[in-house]
Design a binder for this molecule. Structure first.
Ligand SMILES: CC(C)(COP(=O)(O)OP(=O)(O)OC[C@H]1O[C@@H](n2cnc3c(N)ncnc32)[C@H](O)[C@@H]1OP(=O)(O)O)[C@@H](O)C(=O)NCCC(=O)NCCS
Length: 200
């Protein structure tokens, strides 16, 4: 697809990034299970959570993809054990969770706990969240974004790790060197856990 630019995502684009992530991930199985049947509610809920998450998490150089000046995809990654939430993230996220209502907050809490419990002890760069805007999926933008992330992993000699909830995503990540290292049902949804060794 012509006219794409891949670069570091500046903090000034965080609001746009939360909107892209919310639109892009709205229909993923985990989001349906956690947020419920209404697509509008899922998008609004995820946007709120992503806004709090991006504000409270120190990502390593998040990556954005722009098409003619519009942010169309983004990815965050954390290293040095920062995928385990510190008190700062808990404090920022809790009021947002509380506003979602008890049912959603409990499901999101169980989802986060289940992923956290499987977080590898071996040092790694933890990828996520990552999404392409809903109207532009399947056109190579995600592959471009993931290639830049993997280029950075290889340049720093770091292993990569991620969780995902769709079989087509497993294929997408496997193409760039991630292997499935575990599977589990999380709030009733099949999830895969993937690991990538750096390439020379
Ligand atoms: C997963 C995602 C980042 C892939 O980016 P993309 O730009 O759509 O994918 P590309 O065009 O670069 O590559 C296509 C491959 O991605 C995978 N894929 C995953 N979701 C897809 C979608 N909604 N549409 C098309 N391909 C998708 C498939 O493996 C596909 O290959 P195939 O056609 O041979 O099956 C993007 O579809 C997305 O944001 N999905 C919703 C949110 C999400 O699942 N994020 C990842 C959470 S771990």
């Amino acid at each position: 697809m012509p006219g794409l630019r891949v670069a570091d995502l500046p903090a000034s684009e965080r609001r746009a990034a939360a909107a892209v992530l919310a639109r892009g991930m709205r229909d993923n199985p985990l989001h349906v299970a956690a947020y419920g049947p209404s697509p509008e509610r899922r998008e609004a809920t995820h946007r709120r959570l992503m806004t709090a998450f991006l504000r409270s998490t120190r990502h390593d150089r998040p990556i954005g993809v722009w098409r003619d000046g519009r942010l169309v995809a983004c990815a965050g990654a954390v290293s040095d054990g920062r995928c385990r939430p510190g008190i700062g993230r808990v404090v920022v996220t809790l009021p947002t969770l509380a506003r979602l209502g008890p049912g959603t907050a409990i499901r999101v809490g169980r989802w986060a706990r289940a992923w956290l419990d499987r977080d590898p002890d071996t040092p790694h760069v933890h990828l996520g969240p990552l999404a392409v805007d809903r109207d532009l999926q399947g056109r190579g933008i995600g592959s471009l974004l993931l290639a830049e992330h993997c280029r950075r992993l290889d340049a720093s000699g770091s292993p990569g790790y991620l969780e995902t909830d769709r079989p087509e995503n497993v294929r997408f990540y496997a193409r760039q060197g991630y292997d499935v290292v575990g599977e589990a049902y999380v709030i009733g949804v099949r999830c895969w856990f993937m690991w990538r060794e750096p390439r020379r």
